[in-house]
Design a protein around this ligand. Structure first.
Ligand code: G
Ligand code: G
Ligand code: NA
Ligand code: MN
Length: 254
């Protein structure tokens, strides 16, 4: 409850911020996007991880206000970098399962894009498997509305949740993000190599893109590229950075 009250004030007091991590093409190393990652800088607790406070925000309903702030901030930053002609084709924003169940989500997304003046095709929303599977009919309707407005959808942490492959086929998913737990031991673990290879092949067969998460070594990069993975995200390419530092990163990669 203490953390809940503190979180309530964090929004008003400007203690929340977004960090951005680049996503790069494995073929060309060009930047293809960036994921916005929420950070809470608490005056006494220091940096609180979203892994800790997102569940609190979900249980208290605060995730709707926080999620809207995240989206508004991310598309605003993306529009500014677009206007500066910095090389950032798209911005990725995480959605909680609670947001996905909210009927006003597509309207909220459209409003944020309109107010920022960012074209919808430059926004990608990352959903988790649980968000899609809890209520497949509602998820499908929500995805169709967002897809119809031109927003791209990606399945985050793919392979760690309960995926219904038949549902995946019907969903308007543009991209699978291969969870970092499969990428971490690629150099040593033949099972992980088999899983990652199978995910990439399945995505290709379904007409979806793939982004590998947690890419840290040249060895992982080499395997992923050989297998035809489209993009990577991880410390090898860049850590999540505050907006001003990320802007400087974009300038040096122009
Ligand atoms: O960046 P970090 O590894 O600390 O993120 C931890 C978790 O928090 C990840 O699962 C990430 O997807 C999630 N997360 C980060 N930012 C957001 C956000 O803005 N909204 C939601 N719902 N989850 C986020
Ligand atoms: O659940 P989600 O995939 O959104 O979480 C992404 C999280 O992974 C971010 O919090 C980010 O800080 C973290 N991350 C990003 N790149 C790497 C990496 O190369 N290695 C590790 N260990 N974590 C990473
Ligand atoms: Na994510
Ligand atoms: Mn992820």
């Amino acid at each position: 409850l203490q953390i809940e009250n503190a979180l309530r004030r964090a929004l008003e007091r400007g203690q929340l911020e977004l960090h951005y991590q680049p996503q790069v093409s494995l073929a060309t190393r060009q930047i293809v996007g960036a994921e916005a990652l929420l950070r809470w800088r608490h005056p006494e607790l220091g940096q609180v991880s979203p892994a800790e406070f997102i569940p609190v925000a979900e249980n208290s309903g605060m995730i709707l206000a926080i999620g809207e702030w995240v989206l508004r901030t991310a598309v605003h930053d993306a529009k500014r970098w677009l206007d500066m002609h910095l090389p950032l084709p798209a911005i990725s924003v995480n959605l909680s399962a609670v947001q996905c169940r909210h009927p006003q989500l597509p309207e909220m997304v459209a409003r944020c894009l309109r107010q920022a003046g960012l074209p919808a095709r430059r926004l990608e929303l990352e959903l988790t498997e649980s968000a899609a599977i809890d209520d497949p009919a509602a998820a499908l309707a929500m995805m169709e509305q967002l897809h119809g407005r031109g927003v791209r959808l990606s399945m985050d942490d793919f392979g760690t949740g309960y995926s219904s492959l038949s549902a995946l086929k019907r969903f308007q998913i543009h991209k699978l993000k291969i969870d970092q737990s499969f990428v971490r031991d690629l150099d040593a673990d033949a099972n992980d190599r088999a899983i990652v290879s199978a995910i990439i092949r399945m995505a290709q067969a379904l007409g979806m893109q793939t982004t590998a998460e947690g890419v840290e070594t040249e060895g992982q990069l080499e395997f992923l590229r050989e297998q035809g993975c489209d993009a990577g995200q991880g410390y090898l390419f860049g850590r999540p950075l505050p907006a001003d530092a990320f802007e400087a990163y974009l300038r040096t990669h122009r």
